[in-house]
Design a protein around this ligand. Sequence first.
Ligand code: GRF
Length: 212
Amino acid sequence: MADSLKIAVFASGKGSNVRAILEAIEAGTIRNAAIVSVISNNSDAGVLTLAREHGIPAIHASRKGYGSDSDFCRALIEILNASGANFIVLAGYMKKVDAEIVRAFRNRIVNIHPALLPDFGGPGMYGMHVHEAVIKSGKKISGATVHLVDEEYDRGPIVLQQQVAVADDDTPETLAAKVLQVEHELYPRAIRLFAEGKIIIHERHVRIEQEA
Ligand code: GRF
């Protein structure tokens, strides 16, 4: 059995993906995993309220509260260590994760992106911008991607993807809603695979052992 996942979540918004992951843990669909802390750069984030409702330490940590990038990074590492985290889930976190944290948690940080990477990713491709770009491109397929986080935005090795059809009358908003629904299945599935030790990473190659 794999070591149990002790997940620190980084999130900036409402946290619907975190809710989906929490529900899967609470329902026993994901075993061998717990969320040990939720960290947000935004003190008003719904995800902090969600964490408190579930008895999970909810921590506001923003770069503004620190004198330098490295002070902020050190504080985040202290928070991660204090909570015993061995895995990081980014769920709508609007900040780049510092390279020092990437190094300390190499292959143990995942993100979900609301398109089929490597398309429609990178700096500036977040939130509604992603869906606007997909619709503008005329592509008929979009989707969601769970990927490992490395030093570059949206460029880490892909773990799981799921497609979503783009309808002729889709707007960025309707497409966003469809993709989000898929995210709520895909992200818990990915976390479950990590918790079961079924994700094997060798250099930049991800292999998934057969799902139960
Ligand atoms: C999701 O669309 C995710 O793909 C992106 O940020 C959004 C987070 O939504 N990275 P929520 O806070 O989980 O509802």
